[in-house]
Design a protein around this ligand. Sequence first.
Ligand code: SF4
Ligand code: SF4
Length: 317
Amino acid sequence: MLIPGEERLKRGRAAVIECADAECDICYKACGFYAIGKGEDGLPYSNPQKCVGCGGCAAVCPKRAIKLLKDRGDGTYEVTLPWEAELPEIDDTVLITPPGAKEPVRARVLQARPKNPRVFSALVTTAVPKYGEALCSEPEPLPKDFLVVVDMQNDFVSGSLGTKEAESIVPAAVKKIEGFKGGVFATLDTHFEDYLDTREGRLLPVPHCISGTRGHELEPLIREALEKKSYTPVEKLTFGSVNLPNLVQNAANGAPDSVEFIGLCTDICVVSNALIMKARFPEASISVDASCCAGVTPELHEAALKVMQSCQITVKR
Ligand code: SF4
Ligand code: SF4
């Protein structure tokens, strides 16, 4: 169980998961903020840097294993928890066991959200006196180094735009993802049924990465490696994502120290995103690992690496 640090709890509600069911993935799928990852033991944990405290996971969990915690700044914690019994009234006193506490404590009811047909539990929000120094783990340091995995989707690896070079970099990319210490993003090229009517479709009339198809999904080995990292997927409708630097900035709470790129294709989406990142964070170290990238052709791969090098992006070989 990961309990967020004090500084994080002062910023707002965060989910705390006390789950023993490695087979279930309901909360993982329900979180629209990609804040729930799975640890090596297969159990879910909430990433306090991504969690916005919406409570969606707590309401859908069939084991009522998720609570939300916040420091109210007045010597009390706010604890939100799934509720099975009849809903209490505001200001009622109830007995609850807050996350990490050994014993039940008396709590004052602040809010009661009834159950609706789409969720498993009602939620009740309470205030309890702070219950011990031991509650909070050390604050999680925010990542300053990032890995961006560009468009490692089925269509670019083995599908309509796949190449043998793209297939050959998968093991190296998996190793890179698994060994990376820092924040991880994965971009997803995303098109729709009208692809051939778009400007890109007229110039490249090969439907690919159509939302909802297998071609749009991440290559399975890459996805498996990413899921162990609690990565953030970023759907993008064209080569470069202008939103990606914002997401990196939010995750680092400022400019990052470094952003490394790997993925497909070196000469289109990797170079586009690396240059956007370089323009946004000129003092950060921006790099690309050539051994984990592949281009439309080997020649275009090399040409793109040269362009990036000219723009002071470090090319790792
Ligand atoms: S509280 Fe909301 S944002 Fe946080 S983990 Fe649960 S569903 Fe995701
Ligand atoms: S929904 Fe509940 S039981 Fe299922 S994985 Fe999440 S915390 Fe565990």
